[in-house]
Design a protein around this ligand. Structure first.
Ligand code: ARG
Ligand code: ZN
Length: 446
């Protein structure tokens, strides 16, 4: 059957697809609708590790829908309504299958409300890392790349579907709940404190956080007018101070290098979560599992442009996030009295052909287990250095800025990045990208 035939069958059946069709994570996201806004009302008790929530999702049907899916793993669903009317639902692995009382027309806007609760279970990624709602000794470290968002709220869990978010998080007084964007209120009553956060620019589900702990909070506004909110576990405060002190300088430098900062708030969440093993560029306010160095802050903040504002379209293109954020670290060093990016390139290039750096081509990791490996990060950054060498600094820095501008708040693909690079530089870059992005093994001496 042709693709068209399949699509027609899907419309006739009225069943939204259970995934976005991502080859690495086939069930991530869903078909048949796009989300516009998430309103997440959560309460968490660090003592019992219980999360209770209501998620209200505003969406638009892109086909006729008799049933559609949300992604949700674990937890217990109490009730689902669509446009205020109770809907039928079933659970099937990570799919919450919803059948509204009335079939939704193609193009119809609708509102789903899911009330749910339980002890969230973190997701284990193909590479073995914990992901999602990760309980800590004083709350929870919440980071969802690539799959973990579904461990704490129902939604369309693929970066293709971005939406605005509002959070209302209630915790016992004394704990701080930190999400994305701007803190709009904080009120204590009866031993509980409710934090409201607002993230108006589009965000991929994996970039949402609701990290909870006993934190020292630091707030200020940068000279350029960006409100900063840092939450720091006191056990990490001394070690984190030097890098956090650089945050305004990093924001200014990245704004000069990449173009206007895409969001209306910034900051850092420095937790004490030694078992996590990574930081994540949660939108506006990255989460760090321990005190970060300056390089890590440069990396996570660079993701605000590359990864968060400009999101990937398929997880296979993860180098568009990690290669760029890694290259930002190289550039920062080069422009702050450290090694040049070319010297870094040369150092890595000297690695033997048997090195894991050359284990697979940058833009073809082959499977989800490889998306956070060195051919994505380091060889991805090397690809950008090769591009810079080929087109010269003026074109190269124009390309970086144009990429951020052209796909701001949206998604991009590797093919679009290559096309943009060729357009800006007026060069045919096919063989450079073919070698560095797509060819297995160590590239021949450039
Ligand atoms: N994107 C994160 C970074 O800045 C890494 C996330 C790793 N996640 C994982 N599940 N292994 O490098
Ligand atoms: Zn990264």
């Amino acid at each position: 059957m042709t693709t068209e035939g399949t699509a027609v069958a899907a419309v006739a059946g009225g069943r939204g697809a259970p995934g976005q069709g991502d080859p690495y994570f086939p069930l991530a996201g869903n078909g048949g609708y796009t989300t516009r806004h998430y309103d997440l009302d959560l309460s968490y008790d660090p003592a019992t590790r219980r999360l209770d929530g209501t998620a209200e999702i505003t969406a638009r049907a892109t086909q006729r829908l008799k049933t559609f899916d949300l992604d949700l793993s674990g937890l217990t669903v109490h009730r689902v309504t669509v446009d205020g009317r109770t809907a039928r639902w079933t659970r099937d692995g990570q799919e919450l299958v919803v059948t509204p009382r009335e079939t939704l027309r193609a193009g119809a806007s609708f509102r789903v409300e899911v009330s749910y609760g339980g002890v969230p279970q973190q997701v284990t990624d193909p590479d073995g890392s914990p992901d999602g709602w990760i309980a800590t000794d004083d709350g929870a470290f919440v980071a969802g790349e690539p799959q973990g968002a579904m461990s704490w709220f129902p939604g369309d869990n693929h970066p293709l579907d971005k939406a605005s978010y509002a959070f209302r998080i209630t915790v016992p007084t004394g704990y701080t709940a930190v999400a994305n964007g701007v803190l709009t209120s904080q009120r204590s009553k009866g031993g509980k404190t409710t934090f409201r956060w607002n993230q108006p620019q589009p965000m991929a589900a994996y970039l949402a956080t609701a990290t909870i702990g006993k934190f020292d909070v630091q707030r200020y506004t940068t000279a350029s007018g960006i409100p900063v909110y840092n939450a720091v576990d006191p056990r990490e405060a001394a070690d984190a101070a030097p890098a956090l002190a650089q945050l305004p300088a990093i924001l200014d430098w990245e704004t000069r290098t990449f173009g206007p900062y895409p969001f209306s708030a910034a900051g850092a969440i420095v937790d004490h979560a030694p078992d996590v093993g990574y930081a994540l560029e949660t939108q506006t306010r990255p989460v760090y599992d321990r005190a970060p160095g300056v390089g890590t802050v440069v990396h996570e903040m660079a993701h605000q442009w590359y990864g968060d504002s400009v999101s990937l379209t398929s997880w296979q293109d993860i180098w568009l996030n990690e290669g760029f954020a890694t290259y930002a670290e190289w550039l920062w060093d080069e422009q702050h009295g450290g090694q040049s990016a070319q010297a870094r390139f040369d150092g890595y290039y000297a690695r033997p052909a048997t090195s894991s750096l050359w284990a697979f081509p940058t833009a073809d990791p082959g499977e989800g287990a490889n998306i956070f490996a060195s051919p994505v990060y380091t060889r991805g950054a090397m690809t950008l250095q090769e591009l810079r060498t080929a087109v010269g600094d003026a074109h190269f820095f124009t390309i970086l800025k144009s990429w951020a501008r052209a796909h701001r708040y949206g998604n991009g693909t590797t093919a679009q990045f290559i096309a943009l690079s060729e357009k800006v530089s007026g060069r045919n870059l096919g063989s450079l990208f073919h070698t560095w992005l797509w060819t297995a093994g160590k590239p021949a001496q450039p």
